[in-house]
Ligand binder design. Structure first.
Ligand code: GAR
Length: 200
């Protein structure tokens, strides 16, 4: 089985990236990491990826000023050059333009720390607590032009306990993200492969 070439896009500590890299150490995992790319040169996750022996690249979005698409075109060039077939956004905190989203339509997934469609955007944990929800969780979805939008691939939930703070809740959800993301990525790869087979 050939593995799909995977790029992981990060902006920070990269704990989800690490979970994906760990899963991909198994040669039967359907994706092979070829690039970890960050919009922040100081992202901690870049060091982790380098330690794991994966190629890393930082493209500082700030050098492109307000021109989001110019930044994305620079990313796109590198992703294409690396032969990337699927992108996993893992704490990549830049809103993407419709141009980039369409260029990677059906080939880009994201993880978000809420039970989508609830609480798109920021402060998800606080918003779930404030709403008095009994549970929170995380979602992996295909990326579409709306923020944290797009068809859901897989979700997992955790209870919200009395006295939870956003921090406590985030710490309960994070390890669940680390299990969910590799599973959902494997599922996404199978969907892409099935589509490729059907169009051959
Ligand atoms: C994760 O909780 C991820 O779900 C969230 O950022 C965190 C990144 O942590 N993503 C979003 O909020 C996307 N809208 P990590 O860098 O340790 O993986």
């Amino acid at each position: 089985m050939t593995r799909l070439k995977l790029a992981i896009l990060i902006s920070g500590r990269g704990s989800n990236m690490k979970a994906l890299l760990k899963a991909a150490r198994d040669p039967s995992f359907p994706a092979q990491p070829v690039l970890v790319l960050s919009n922040r040169p100081d992202a901690k996750g870049l060091e982790t990826a380098a330690t794991e022996g994966v190629a890393t690249l930082a493209i500082d979005h700030k050098t492109f000023g307000k021109d989001r698409e110019a930044f994305e075109r620079a990313m796109h060039e590198h992703l294409e050059a690396a032969g990337v077939e699927i992108i996993a956004l893992a704490g990549f905190m830049r809103v993407l333009t419709p141009w980039f989203v369409n260029a990677w339509k059906g080939r880009m997934i994201n993880i978000h720390p809420s039970l989508l469609p609830k609480y798109k955007g920021l402060d998800t944990h606080q918003r779930a607590i404030d709403a008095g929800d009994a549970e929170a969780g995380c979602t992996v979805h295909w990326v579409s032009p709306g923020v944290d939008d797009g068809e859901i691939i897989q979700q997992a939930s955790v209870p919200i306990m009395p006295g939870d703070t956003p921090d406590i809740l985030a710490h309960r959800i994070l390890p669940v993200e680390h299990t969910l993301y590799p599973e959902a990525l494997a599922k996404a790869c199978k969907m892409i492969r099935a589509q490729n087979d059907a169009s051959e």
